[in-house]
Ligand binder design. Structure first.
Ligand SMILES: C[S@@+](CC[C@H](N)C(=O)[O-])C[C@H]1O[C@@H](n2cnc3c(N)ncnc32)[C@H](O)[C@@H]1O
Length: 223
């Protein structure tokens, strides 16, 4: 049996909880104790799909500026870099400073070290701060900070999925901007809140593995 090694722990700002980083052979996982994996390096097809669907909707917009909520293991960032041109700028907001350090030192390999791409910049802090201060700042906003539109990492994240939070997100988008939200499952009430906040809503079922295998994850595209 391959042993599981604890590589690091990090407290989650604004909570009394922590994240734990484990390695088991070639597999890395970031866990919340008692809540299972927040992210692992094996299942990332749907995190890539989050970026692919948003960038597809953006079309060939010139030099787009994107915001990604939640670095995790960098798979969404890597896919967004791949789907956009040399003039793109991608800001990643990550709440837990150690997650950024882990990506730069221990776990950047599986996603291909996307933080080293000069088009990536990192804001270490709450993605809500960026949404509130950047009015008409982004062509696309990609959100994957919890396991869906309900706070998991910290209670304050619930604001992001409220009508007020979604209106602020809409205000942070440029004209014809695109919002993409990842979830482990469907949530009809969230679809309604998106519409109440003024978004046109398209929903996609996405799979974590190539060849359409694994659980049915969900991506909302709001326009
Ligand atoms: C599920 S992981 C993201 C996975 C990522 N899409 C990937 O491709 O690896 C969620 C990340 O969001 C971060 N996070 C949680 N709440 C946040 C917030 N309010 N602002 C910024 N980052 C947050 C977590 O620390 C974690 O790194």
């Amino acid at each position: 049996m391959i042993p599981r090694i604890l590589l690091g722990t990090a407290s989650i700002p604004g909570t009394d909880k922590e994240l734990q980083l484990y390695q088991s052979g070639e597999l890395f996982s970031i866990k919340i104790p008692g809540r299972g994996d927040l992210m692992n390096s094996r299942m990332h097809g749907s995190e890539k799909a989050l970026a692919d669907l948003a960038c597809e909707k953006l079309g060939d917009r010139h030099n787009p500026r994107l915001l990604i909520g939640g670095l995790g293991m960098g798979f969404t960032l890597a896919a967004a870099l791949q789907a956009t041109g040399p003039g793109a700028e991608i800001v990643v907001a990550e709440l837990v400073p150690e997650v950024v350090t882990w990506n730069r030192t221990l776990i950047g390999g599986p996603a291909g070290h996307p933080l080293e791409d000069p088009r990536s910049t990192v804001y270490v802090g709450d993605v809500a701060d960026v949404l509130r201060r950047e009015i008409a700042g982004f062509d696309a906003i990609l959100m994957d900070v919890d396991n869906g539109p309900e706070a998991l990492v910290r209670r304050d994240n619930d604001w992001l999925y409220s009508v007020a939070g979604l209106r602020a997100t809409r205000a942070a988008l440029r004209r014809h901007g695109v919002l993409a939200v990842w979830s482990a499952s469907q949530d009809a009430r969230f679809s309604k809140r998106l519409r109440d906040a003024g978004f046109g809503v398209h929903e996609h079922v996405v799979r974590p593995h190539r060849a359409g295998k694994g659980p049915r994850h969900h991506v909302w595209i709001g326009t």
